[in-house]
Design a protein around this ligand. Structure first.
Ligand SMILES: [Zn+2]
Length: 351
């Protein structure tokens, strides 16, 4: 019998530090990435914050760089990028920007079979290193399995300057892992779902390392380093699992439902923060712990802080099971209905 081994897809390189964008030339050559033709994706603001600098460094090294602006993460935009890769001879796609730029980059590069480098300018969610792209089809957002980026360059001096709301949302998305893992354990117990211990260990430990942090300053380099590292590990846990299950349970279904129902959806990580509090309550676990730490870090714990109405919260909780019908969570387990939704949202102070 031959030896059995398991291959885990992780990036070739990972740099999380201040000013590391300046070293992109060295990073590429150290990894023998000697490509010539680059497609760089960026948003308007993020191009000014970092994209232009990356273009300058790469062209200075003799590389040819085309820039495409990414206004959103709709399927139309993602397919436009894909068509552009198909029609050209790019060797690599580099995404310099927030979640939408990186989602579109992972989607298009994976389908066209070329490598993708992730240079996040914000950390509002755990997509910076995950093999999952969230793409919008009209109002519905779909999570599509793609490929883990070949490398991640997270320049903390740029991430620090992004709106603090983004960082708070990133914390909310990360801490959701604690709830998501509980849901997967429940699905294993009740539905016999295939469970991945290693993916869940990585995902929950990544979240807990930030949860137990006693930092009073979420903009400190020390805290940001921990947060970005943990979001990276969260992404890798999804790669190990081959699905978003270690980082997406009932709290994510609630967020997906709000995206459909709410007139003004908030940031993904802000919505999962509310979902995390409610899902933890429904499980009978210590939800007040999350309200307390979120309050400490200025993360919204009430729907009205996000301009989401009471009715939208209740409707979203009832609609949530339909957003991922194949994923069993605490919402299906307790057979969520209007009465239970109102009670949970009121008791936790979310509405
Ligand atoms: Zn998420």
């Amino acid at each position: 019998m031959s030896l059995i081994s398991r291959v885990v897809d992780i990036p070739l390189f990972l740099h999380i530090e201040s000013e590391c964008i300046e070293k992109i030339g060295d990073i590429l050559s150290q990894n023998n990435l000697l490509f010539k033709n680059v497609l760089l994706l960026s948003g308007d603001t993020t191009f000014k914050a970092a994209g232009r600098r990356v273009v300058d460094i790469l062209t200075g090294l003799g590389k040819s760089v085309d820039v495409m602006r990414i206004p959103d993460s709709t399927i139309e935009t993602a397919e436009r990028v894909r068509a552009s890769i198909k029609d050209s001879n790019y060797n690599v796609v580099i995404g310099v920007g927030g979640g939408k730029v990186i989602d579109v980059g992972k989607y298009a590069s994976n389908l066209e079979g070329i490598n993708f480098i992730s240079i996040p300018t914000t950390v509002a969610n755990d997509g910076i290193c995950s093999p999952v792209s969230v793409i919008s089809y009209k109002k519905e957002k779909r999570s599509i399995i793609t490929k883990t980026p070949i490398g991640v360059i997270a320049d903390l001096s740029i991430i620090k300057d992004a709106p603090i709301r983004m960082i708070r949302a990133g914390i909310g998305d990360l801490l959701s892992n604690i709830s998501a893992v509980k849901d997967w354990e429940l699905a294993r117990e009740i539905k016999g779902d295939n469970f991945d211990e290693f993916a869940c260990l990585l995902s929950s430990r990544a979240a807990e390392s930030v949860l137990i942090s006693d930092s009073n300053d979420i903009l400190s380099l020390e805290f940001l380093n921990k947060l970005v590292g943990s979001l990276t590990l969260s992404g890798i846990s999804m790669g190990i699992a081959g699905s978003s299950k270690p980082a997406s349970g009932a709290e994510h279904k609630f967020s997906h439902a709000l995206d459909v129902i709410s007139k003004n959806p908030a940031l993904h990580g802000e919505q999962t923060s509310l979902g995390l509090i409610i899902a933890t309550y429904l499980r009978g676990d210590d939800w007040e712990r999350f309200v307390s730490i979120f309050g400490h870090w200025g993360i919204p714990t009430k729907a009205k802080e996000l301009n989401i109405s009471k009715e939208e919260v209740v409707k979203a909780l009832i609609f949530a099971p339909k957003t991922r019908p194949d994923r069993y969570t605490i919402l299906e387990h307790i057979k969520i209905n209007e009465k239970k939704a109102i009670e949970a949202a009121e008791k936790t102070g979310v509405i």
